[in-house]
Write a protein that binds this ligand. Sequence first.
Ligand SMILES: *Cc1c(COP(=O)(O)O)cnc(C)c1O
Length: 504
Amino acid sequence: MNYTSTRDNSVKVSAAYAIATGISPDGGLYVPETVPAFTYDELLAAAKADYRDRAVSVLGKYLTDFTEEELGECVDGAYTGKFGGEDVAPVVDIAENRFVLELWHGPTCAFKDMALQLLPHLLTRSVKKTCDGKEIVILVATSGDTGKAALEGFKDVPGTRIIVFYPVEGVSAIQKRQMVTQEGGNVGVCAIKGNFDDAQTGVKKIFTDPEIAAELAKHNMAFSSANSINWGRLAPQIVYYISAYADLMNKGVIKNKGDKVNVVVPTGNFGNILAAYYAKKMGLPIGKLICASNANNVLTDFLRTGVYDRNRQFYTTISPSMDILISSNLERLIYDLSGCDSVRVKGWMDSLAATGRYEVDEDVKAKIRELFWAGCCDDASTQATIKDVFESQHYLSDTHTAVALNVYEQYIKEFGAEVPTIIASTASPYKFAPAVLGAIAPEKLTEDEFDMLAALSDVSGVEIPAPLAGLKGKTVRFDLVCDGSEMKETVYALACVRQENSEW
Ligand SMILES: *Cc1c(COP(=O)(O)O)cnc(C)c1O
């Protein structure tokens, strides 16, 4: 299986090359040339298998330059013993036809672990296969959860260094603390004055800057990306939708071949829901893909109208991992829906870069209408949903998951709840404790973030995840803050200079 670029169909690279380099030099994203099928027989086999074997069977279809043995080693390294509880991605039945797929039992308590525990294993093997000997510098722009998950995934992985930029405006106190206390000899963390889009735009610029690439080459280093634009991030996410469906077969919810489920995903950069789209395209019986946004509802508007317009107010919300106005992975969707028309996609992306806006053609709009439904909700509704679901279903959800639960209720009002529905739950409620506590017991709010974890546990009876409880005693290692325009120098300082002084 080869990969091409969403902006240039003449590109043809291996999976290992796509993973090792992250983004195509033309600025496009790597996509598989064809989407492989996952047959009903394979689904029956998956139902009998554990998460590890499900992952190997799905990944093997996309990463054809990896042997089954290599994939097995990668998957073991990623998931064995790293996820609390028995299941890597348990499906929790919270009410009739509502199944919450909990993706946050990994070391950083957010769904990013599902991919970022695996990516370092895939990436280091990919680098060996394609550009052996180079030290890989991972650059990450984060809206909060990616940064920590990437730091945790890459810490002390030989042959890699990782630098994370997070926006000063817009990560939660716990998220920040998770990052600035990160351990490991190959890690660097820096705050950016601005929001997530500023951080992401800055990182993208650095990736394609020939000057800094030359500087890194002198040091025998090369950039790669752990952002969700890297195919090595996306492929592992396809697995858990297939796994969830297999679990529903085992629970007897899915009885017959072809029985459909709907999927609701709280969405930011469009990576998680895109993985569900690929799962559907592989043959998994998914009905509607329901895209849930917070007040930054650029995707709701796009999926409803076909017009993408980022020229709008940016809101800092209580679901900060979705505070995004440029959803990078959407490019992969419109590429696929346009019939792999890289010329049209390049035109839309050029227009987005120049004016902040583009409008897809009628053929693409029609496909979007058939596949997707979209909705959004503001912070007040998000908190009302947390309270309501906690009181009526005894289920404690984080702010992002609550956006999905809220949007799903909106969907039900229009279309009913007859179809079993998988609701992606993307973070532990403890990661966003002030907003969650504020929803269910506002009288318990305090100044101290750790007191609030304890209060939330008292009120809900749900245990604080060990990685968050353990943050309290950790030392702050990183207090760098820089301007968008200083990011390049920061990368240079954190990568090359530190390498020379070998005090990284
Ligand atoms: C990253 C993240 C999201 C958004 O996922 P995308 O793949 O960017 O759409 C939602 N919720 C949480 C908790 C996240 O960390």
